[in-house]
Structures are given as structure tokens and as C-alpha cells.
Design a protein. Sequence first.
Length: 138
Amino acid sequence: MPDQPAIFPFLRYDDPDAAIAFLTTAFGFEEHAVHRDDRGVIVHAELRYGGSILMFGSIRNLSEASAGRMEAGGRFGLYLAVDDPDAHYARATGAGAVVVEPPRDQDYGSREYSARDPEGNVWSFGTYRPGSGTTETA
């Protein structure tokens, strides 16, 4: 039986509803689960991208100490392996993503680009697949 994923990235957003709208429209995620509190604020959400899950929630639901630790750590960067970075780039820019680095071929054989989400997190997309030792698409 193949190993199941053991690492699940998570983010906290000031506006998790806007994050869902952006990540599904611009980057191609699919809504998997959204849990809200009595006031309708997202306390936990999961978006699926292929076989991977991204978890996130509202920064407002953290204790002051936890929120401070996350903010002190800075914003986060995430990398997603995609089959066609140029098509993905077209989708993202069409949805208003702010490009940090346009698509380009890397010295190590991957084709990649980077963009920011509305809250400043940097997302990189490319053909390199960590752990596989290859830049080939699946």
C-alpha cells in the first residue's frame, strides 16, 4: 500500500471566505470541507488539489498568543506541482492573481511561476515534483 500523505500545509487568513473564492477560481483548488462557528466564521476549511489537501481557517479564531506567533513567522510560501504551468498561469492571471515571477524554465529542468494570493502568501507552481527526483509531469 502506498504511503499516505503525512504533511498537510495550513494557513490562516483574515478573510477565509475570500481565500476560498480566490484559490478555487485562480489556482484551481476544489472545496472539500468548510466548518463554521455559530457566527458563520470559518474555523476550519480544507481545499483539495489533486490528491493533496490544504487546510486553513480564520486568523480571528486563534488566541492572541497563537496569532502573534503566526504573524511573527511571516507569510508563507507554498509549491504545487502542475502538469502545465503556462495554462495554470493563464488561469491565475485571468482571475487577477498578482504575479511575482512569470513562467520560466529553471536550470534544474522545471518550468515554474509564482503568484501571491490576496493576503500576501507566495504560491509557486511548476513541473518539478519533490521526492520523485524528476521534473517530468505525472
